[in-house]
Design a protein around this ligand. Structure first.
Ligand code: 5GP
Length: 201
């Protein structure tokens, strides 16, 4: 069944839960999904590419964009600004592509206010111990950053209740399949296809 509008997929979860890895795997086999590249004032990590991982911009530029209402949502996370540029998301949804946002909880809640049809997915680690191992093992953050990220994780997990779906990332393949199952089920929601059904029958 043809659907004119794509799904807005919002994925959150504590640092180290594996959101990025799940999203990457999801994109390999789901070419209709577009990823929104966020703007951030955080400095790039080794290997990160401007325009691919993020648009790395100065604080002044971020504030200019805010002033011009160019963000769909934004938040200050661990002392840096992060925001979703508006145009890319709206254009793609209009064209029937699904758009994936990997953003923090504060930003996700802003989207929830604006998009009644958004799909909100929370990625959980199998345990706190495993979460710590993953953040440390990543080796990309300073000691202080690791403390901040791990310290926020439990508070973040308590907010899972505000999401539609929870996916535990204990096995990457299964977690990715869970997200695909969510997407398939969402496409069949009557509220999404009702207009189309009415026009056909
Ligand atoms: P990181 O510094 O590890 O790349 O990201 C830190 C946090 O910022 C993660 O929870 C990530 O999901 C979130 N984040 C990334 N981009 C955005 C964005 O555009 N908006 C919001 N609200 N959060 C974002």
């Amino acid at each position: 069944m043809y659907m004119a509008r794509g799904l807005l997929l919002v994925i959150s979860g504590p640092s180290g839960a594996g959101k990025g890895t799940i999203c990457k795997k999801l994109l390999e086999t789901n070419p209709q999904i577009r990823v929104s590249v966020s703007a951030t004032t955080r400095k790039p990590r080794t290997g990160e590419v401007d325009g691919v991982n993020y648009f790395f911009i100065e604080k002044e530029k971020f504030e200019d964009m805010l002033e011009l209402d160019e963000f769909l949502e934004y938040a200050k996370v661990y002392d840096n600004y992060y925001g979703t540029p508006k145009n890319y998301v709206l254009e793609n949804l209009k064209n029937g592509n699904d758009v994936l946002l990997e953003i923090d909880i504060e930003g996700a809640l802003q989207i929830k206010e604006k998009f009644k049809g958004g799909v909100f997915i929370f990625i959980l680690p199998p345990s706190m111990e495993e979460l710590r191992n993953r953040i440390v093992g990543r080796g990309t953050e300073t000691e202080e950053d690791i403390k901040k990220r791990f310290g926020s994780a439990l508070d973040e997990i308590k907010q899972v209740i505000k999401y539609d779906y929870a996916v535990v990332n204990d096995d990457l393949t299964r977690a990715k399949e869970d997200v695909e199952a969510i997407i398939r089920a969402e496409r069949c929601k009557v509220m999404r296809v009702y207009e189309e059904i009415q026009s056909r029958f």
